[in-house]
Design a protein around this ligand. Sequence first.
Ligand code: FMN
Length: 184
Amino acid sequence: MKRFILGVTGASGVCYARRLFDVLKNHAELHVVISERGAELLKLELDLDSSYFSGDNVALYKNSKINSCIASGSFRTDGMVVVPASMGTIGRIASGISSTLVERAADVILKEKRKMIVVPRETPFSTIHLKNILALDQAGAVVLPASPGFYSGQKTFDDLVDFVVARILDQLDIEHDLMDPYQG
Ligand SMILES: Cc1cc2nc3c(=O)[nH]c(=O)nc-3n(C[C@H](O)[C@H](O)[C@H](O)COP(=O)(O)O)c2cc1C
């Protein structure tokens, strides 16, 4: 079974994290860490508590517990997704400021050259945001904006969420049926 880290931070769009979690927990062992602002957004946007992110193959960590296993490169994983990724978290990862577990886990993934997917949600971007996003790209991360397409018959809110989550699952090499590949 594959093993992934899921980081949820304080940007709008926690619906993407919930959907990714619901699909991925059936395919992989998940290690979830949610920032304090991420937890607030979960409550605000979905009326969910962090405890939603639990299950048989799931470990949930406090963001302050920097001494958790996912803070070490010796704990081998198949990658990490930060979704949604706030500009604050992106800036701190890009600067190597590993002061929380989300940031440290991301730092480890990058130094170990493992799969790192960052899903920013902000608009418009400032020059600072763009520089930090470029830094993550140059460090090997896949920057996958929460930017759904509208060309494959998407009709509902859930279709748009699935569009983005399908792109994340593709990057993780996880089979899914969230949407059909575009046939032209
Ligand atoms: C209602 C609300 C919505 C927010 N949405 C975003 C957002 O979409 N993108 C973003 O980068 N920051 C957003 N923020 C700001 C972050 O939550 C803030 O910068 C926070 O310090 C990020 O902390 P974290 O990265 O540790 O989760 C939002 C804040 C609030 C209160």
